[in-house]
Design a protein around this ligand. Sequence first.
Ligand code: KDG
Ligand code: MG
Length: 402
Amino acid sequence: MKIVDARVIVCSPGRNFVTLKLTTEDGLHGLGDATLNGRELAVAAYLTEHVVPLLIGRDARRIEDTWQYLYKGAYWRRGPVTMTAIAAVDTALWDILGKAADLPVYRLLGGASREAVLVYGHANGKDLEDTVRAVGTYAAMGYKAIRAQSGIPGIASTYGVGKGSMSYEPAERGLPPESVWSTEPYLDFVPSLFTRLRQEHGPELHLLHDVHHRLTPIEAGRPGRAPEPHRLFRMEDPVPAELQEGFRLIRRHTTTPIAVGEVFNSIHDCQQLIQEQLIDYVRSTVVHAGGITHLRKIAHLAELFHVRTGCHGATDLSPVCMAAALHFDLSIHNFGIQEYMPHNDETLRVFPHHYRFADGYMHPGEAPGLGVEIDEGLAARYPYQRAYLPVNRKEDGTMHSW
Ligand code: KDG
Ligand code: MG
């Protein structure tokens, strides 16, 4: 089953997506998401210039060998651009294998470990009461798990707090906008958010919160410890994860479960965090962590150390990644939760799909392969548009993480 064609499709139906389409001599095709937010064209060029020529003529069934060939064969290992490109190839090969076997990918991965995949939605509000209302809206839609992000009194605009009611788009077109961050008002405010959410919505909902890497480990102890009586499902990205010893300090100060890893791209980024049980959820997902093949290795390592998965699922991951993540989530034993931000209607028209949401859970569907396609004619009507994630500075102008 030789690969005879490999094409990179870049489109922007409201935001940029990079999609790899592989076709075999039997006429089967498979899709892989290759979208790296704000750096999309780097992956497109990596694929077109350096990977596509290596794929033509290869046996599409040799998924593990192709993964190792692209990873080890390049000499230059890891990194978000490389690993996103490898992920796209890997995902497309699983899609092809599923179509060849006439089975949904989750069945190739060992079959369903659960009936459906618990997802969390994004409730955003400009202030505390607005966020309390937004959580209520999500609960009314059937979500069992909800991430709550609120505007902070005294901070003009906060990254990660959506402007629309249903989802937020992290990137903005044009050059990167800048926002100003101040840790103290955030630390003062955030405990009141969860007290109020429990008062209004009771004890049952799973409540999540994303700190967006903005704190130091000792600062992160506070938004971890203060809401402990309100049982946060997890606190995400309390600190940047390059210095992994920092998580030991966080662990000494709070029992709130910790999630990290949406920016990780290989098992080596989370090996220490997992083996020392410094985190509870690993957030890496298919598109940025080397595809289904590599993400399974991360999940299997995590399973040994009581760490569960919690795949990134923001709108900058295309429906192809969403479908792949759902097949992965359904099959692995130590699944924890899946992030779900519904795409806009234009995106959903460009990527017809079989996955579905009902009553707080998702399912990838039973179509052979991933169950997602790309309407290339429609995609061509949405050409690439330069866009970046915002950057964040402190009040004195120093660059900050967001
Ligand atoms: O591209 C980056 C976004 O997807 C990310 O900032 C969103 O933090 C995010 C999340 O948890 O979805
Ligand atoms: Mg996040």
